[in-house]
Design a protein around this ligand. Structure first.
Ligand code: ATP
Length: 527
């Protein structure tokens, strides 16, 4: 192959949605074997550009060249036929089918029916790339992290020449991210090009030698992220310095991939005051899921006090989903006293009853559980906030609802076309900001949040952290379940880990470190 011909080149790509500009005259070229970063804050237009390249979105204008030849990529099928693969931010999987069946479905007729052959190849690939996945499990039983690994595996199966990854590390642990990056470097060194989007600056610096920076749909810079400081990258992304973080220019780079940029933004606002009384008590909580692939919870004991943020770290699939379901009321506990909200036994209460008593909840899955994708932001706000005076005698108070929703969007800088926007049309990060804002704005006594800053850019993460710390400082209890150790260490007062359905002791941040929590995440030392 002629080295001077780009694997992919896009010229003057533009795309608007009802007058809202998502991409404006974007130019970008990716060489064979290059890992090219696409950097930009939430709503900058990264996913739109990637979807155009993958044939999912038709551009209004512009041209695409594949290995020097102009092409018309008008569907994912035509992208796949060129050997372009894509891993999405939101999973594109059939929930009731198994891992093998999900991959087989995307294969040509001649291959798709030989499921045992497909399974064998999956096992080989998943071993080679350390993407451990059980071929026979139905997708609905997989954790968020496992579903994402399946998406990556599916692209690897197709031997793509261009692999597009839209925030693939959002739910991976630092170790998993390191492993993934090693895999991606290996794939790139074999000549495959990679287009990788993220707003995690350290990931960009660790993985990419070239990056295109998008702001409000336009290319504002091309750079080598390894040669830039994080402050420079932030400046390129948002066109200004990050507010109130104390972040200064400094040498950065190196090969270590941090799972987030949380260390850039938190830590300065911690108010050292003793926590209050126990607000959420979990006592000998055990639960055996009906789902044969679920994780059994074993006698979990925890005390969360008012005025503290507690974090539970863990590798996906260790019982986080079951613990979240049990605490939120999606699963009813064997005994009511196993979960106490203040003086109230709530183990047998349902989600709505728990919400009424002051329990806020941000589930793991954004589009599956947190919002109804086809409903507007107004309607989605009402779904969990109807108890905030938004109903009168069973009728919706639309004026109030509009003000309420607008306030959430303003406070959390949810960048969208208006409160009537359909949730599915928001960028991933903007949707996450909306969901966090919706729950925090209700001032719950206890907030249980999974992955609070999943897919959220550095500035918005700062805003979410600030709001969580503010809640804590005004007496709320916050429980965060996340795989992002950076975020947990930046935010939490106490921290523990979950492993195979058991929760470790919760230790004050000052009395533990990443190594200890990391080893607990791997099941060493506490059970
Ligand atoms: N189908 C659609 N209808 C209306 N607006 C859309 C649609 N798809 C995207 N947009 C808007 O286009 C803008 C760019 O979205 P895009 O998803 O490309 O951003 P992004 O950079 O990937 O953001 P994030 O980092 O949050 O994922 C956003 O403001 C989004 O709301």
């Amino acid at each position: 192959m002629n080295k001077s011909v780009s694997r992919l080149e896009v010229r003057n790509i533009s795309k608007s949605y009802s007058g809202f500009v998502a991409n404006h005259q974007v130019n970008l070229a990716i060489q064979p074997g290059e890992i090219h970063g696409l950097l930009g804050e939430n709503g900058a237009g990264k996913s739109t550009l990637m979807k155009i390249i993958y044939g999912l979105v038709r551009p209004d204008a512009g041209e695409i060249f594949w290995e020097g030849r102009q092409v018309n990529i008008n569907s994912p099928e035509s992208a796949i036929s060129l050997l372009i693969g894509m891993v999405f931010q939101h999973f594109n999987l059939f929930e009731t089918l198994t891992v093998t069946e999900n991959i087989a479905l995307t294969l040509p007729r001649s291959e798709k029916w030989d499921l045992s052959r497909v399974a064998k190849k999956i096992i080989t690939l998943s071993a080679a790339y350390e993407l451990n996945i059980d071929c026979d499990r139905p997708v609905h039983t997989l954790s968020v992290g496992e579903k994402q690994r399946l998406e990556i595996l599916r692209c690897l199966y197709h031997r793509a020449k261009l692999l597009i990854l839209d925030e693939p590390t959002a739910v991976l642990t630092p170790q998993e991210t390191e492993t993934l990056f090693a895999t991606l470097r290996q794939i790139a060194s074999d000549g495959c090009s990679i287009l990788f989007s993220s707003h995690k600056l350290l990931e960009m610096q660790s993985l990419c030698n070239h990056a295109t920076v998008l702001r409000q749909g336009q290319v504002v810079a091309n750079c080598n992220p390894k040669a830039e400081t994080p402050a420079n990258l932030v400046r390129m992304m948002i066109g200004a310095d990050l507010q109130g973080t104390g972040e200064e220019d400094g040498e950065m780079g190196g090969d270590s991939a941090s799972s987030s940029d949380s260390h850039l933004i938190a830590g300065t606002k911690r108010k050292h005051q003793p926590p209050g009384p126990v607000c959420l008590l979990v006592k000998d909580l055990h639960f055996k899921p009906q789902n044969p692939f679920g994780t059994t919870l074993h006698n979990i004991n925890m005390e969360i006090h008012t005025g503290e943020i507690v974090g539970i770290a863990g590798v996906a699939g260790n019982g986080q989903t079951e613990l979240l379901s049990a605490l939120s009321g999606e699963i009813i506990s064997p005994q009511a006293e196993m979960i106490m909200l203040g003086e109230m036994p709530i183990g047998k209460s349902n989600v709505t009853q728990r919400r009424r008593l002051g329990l806020g909840y941000v589930p793991e899955e954004r589009l599956e559980k947190s919002v109804v994708p086809s409903l507007s932001l107004l309607e989605n706000a009402l779904l969990t906030a109807h108890g905030q005076g938004l109903l009168r005698r069973g009728m919706i108070r639309f004026g109030k609802l509009k003000t309420w929703t607008q306030r959430i969007c303003d406070a959390f800088n949810v960048n969208q076309a208006g409160v009537n926007s359909v949730a599915a049309t928001l960028s991933g990060g903007n949707l996450q900001k909306f969901i966090m804002g919706r729950e925090i704005s209700q001032n719950p006594a206890v907030l249980i949040a999974a992955h609070p800053s999943w897919g959220v850019d550095v500035q918005a993460t700062a805003r979410i952290h600030e709001a969580l710390i503010e809640m804590r400082d005004t007496g709320a209890a916050v429980l965060i379940i996340s795989e992002d150790l950076d975020e947990l260490f930046a935010l939490c007062d106490r921290i523990g880990a979950i492993y195979k359905g058991q929760v470790s002791p919760l230790k004050a941040i000052a009395h533990t470190n990443r190594d200890e929590i990391g080893s607990w995440m791997g099941g060493l030392g506490f059970n």
